[in-house]
Design a protein around this ligand. Sequence first.
Ligand code: DGL
Length: 280
Amino acid sequence: MKQQLSQQPGPIGIFDSGYGGLTILSKIREVLPQYDYIYLGDNARTPYGSRSFEIVYEFTLQAVNKLFEMGCHLVILACNTASAKALRSIQMNDLPNIDPQRRVLGVIRPTVECIGNITHSRHVGVLATAGTIKSESYPLEIHKLFPDIAVSAEACPMWVPLVENNEANSPGADFFIEKYINSLLQQDRHIDTVILGCTHYPLLLPKIKQHMPDGIQVIAQGEYVATSLKEYLHRHPEMAAKCTQEGQCTFCTTESEEKFIESASAFLHQSITVQHLSLE
Ligand code: DGL
């Protein structure tokens, strides 16, 4: 039976398969500190990057429905894999049935919009999960806006597990970080801009910068997504009015609360409280 959703204003929902969306949440909270947020990490089922279209869609829809039930009117998929594989279907097929007034936004479009002003050589590289690369969302979206930009892409299947298993700063991480960067740059020696097309990757940024040759700009998505959300809320005052503004943030995970607190507190440099929930 279709559940009745509350029409009262609520927090903005931020969803990721795990900890990666925290890199987006942090930037959003810097730009829009006045709003309330619920962060939901599906840590029990991460990574999404190697999963099929159907599974990523199913899991993402479950998360969106949960955030709507928790009072959100606006949900940001702070996950490229979910944005690439589930966003369009949810917007086109599910939202009209769930509640046509609610909105789900992704992270790929805001990232792509900025790229035209950043690259000088017009040769761009994308590092992302296997799922995002296979979807071809980045080349497709970039070419819609900037047909002159050459796009090369490399999947980095080991990077999300490094983050989720707290190995981002370990010496062993260097091998895989160097490996995927080299594979990308070998595809096109004119690349001057590399998009980190997975929200987990900024958590590897110190090592990524260490292995990236000088003169190549590395783009983390957070600030572009945050600016884009600010503009969206400005253009849509009717949605802004449905988002509560007490500066609070609630964290939820499908994994154990202790595990999330340990890792997320380190990424966020603050202590947090976390609620466990189930999406199945
Ligand atoms: N952080 C996600 C992304 O941006 C997903 C990573 C994963 O679960 O594989 O793609």
